[in-house]
Design a protein around this ligand. Structure first.
Ligand code: XBP
Ligand code: MG
Length: 262
């Protein structure tokens, strides 16, 4: 616990959210579907099962993931201009993903919309730090919360605005710098090992909500690990963390966590 004067300096001011797997189960119901549809449309006989995708998710970034797949699962495949070829597949995949979002393929995870509203009400600053392509973030937010919700986020750090994708800390460093905020005044929200490694590199404390792909990941630095953020009528399950009476994540709960772990 912190001495009072320090605690006052270290008040919770901002929440920084990962997108894929954290705000919504976009990996299973969005990205995986879009990759396979893109392969099919291009006449490629590549089919990614859910099981294979689980493994491929260790590599962040869609283009790097495709290259990793080719190297490890299609070693016989060659192309004169692999970079451009993969970029063109990925471009189609993004187009399909955006269409899937417009069709409402992926809802937000429990508690996400409520927490955004409560955080805004409490005057907390919001931001996004993700590896995914910016158009994907736009599409998810606009189609679940409405286009105006894009303005709720002071910074949307996405994709290759930084040289190195997660697990490198670049994207969190970028967002913190744009916000001109001390990481000690923030909490990051992540779902994966690569995500928490990235946030921790930027000296952020991280709340984890796991999903089917990440529930066996290592989260040594997490301030708490939950199955999801929970709702008043749908309590979260705490996987690891301090005892609490809370049954869903709200601003009071986050302030308590922050004070305890600062
Ligand atoms: C997300 C990613 C992205 C998405 C696919 O990681 O790694 O590559 O899977 O999006 P995180 P793109 O949740 O840690 O940010 O195809 O646009 O890369
Ligand atoms: Mg994620």
């Amino acid at each position: 616990t912190c001495a009072l004067p320090i605690y006052l300096f270290m008040s919770l001011e901002a929440l920084i959210f990962d997108v894929d797997g954290t705000l919504a189960n976009t990996e299973r119901d969005g990205h995986l579907v879009a990759f396979n549809l893109a392969f099919e449309e291009l006449g490629l006989d590549w089919v990614w099962s859910n099981e294979l995708y689980h493994e491929l998710l260790d590599v962040t970034g869609g283009q790097l993931r495709i290259k990793h797949y080719l190297k490890n699962h299609k070693p016989e495949f060659t192309h004169d201009d692999l970079d451009n070829f993969v970029a063109s597949i990925h471009k189609l995949k993004t187009k399909i993903y955006v269409r899937l979002m417009a069709e409402g393929a992926v809802p937000l995870r429990p508690g996400v919309e409520r927490l955004f509203a409560e955080a805004r009400e409490a005057g907390l600053r919001l931001a996004i730090a993700t590896t995914t392509t910016p158009a994907n973030v736009d599409a998810l937010i606009a189609n679940t919360l409405g286009r105006e919700a894009l303005d709720w986020f002071e910074v949307i750090g996405a994709g290759d605005v930084v040289p190195n994708l997660k697990p490198a800390g670049d994207i969190y460093h970028y967002v913190l710098e744009k916000m001109n905020i001390d990481p000690k005044n923030c909490i990051a929200f992540e779902d994966s090992h690569n995500g928490i490694v990235s946030a921790t590199d930027a000296h952020l404390k991280t709340l984890i909500t796991v999903n089917e792909y990440t529930n066996s990941h290592q989260f040594d630095e997490a301030i708490v690990i939950l199955n999801n953020l929970g709702e008043p009528n749908k309590p979260f399950t705490m996987i690891e963390g301090d005892a609490t009476d809370a049954t869903f994540v709200n601003v009071d709960y986050l302030r308590g966590l922050h004070a305890k772990h600062c």
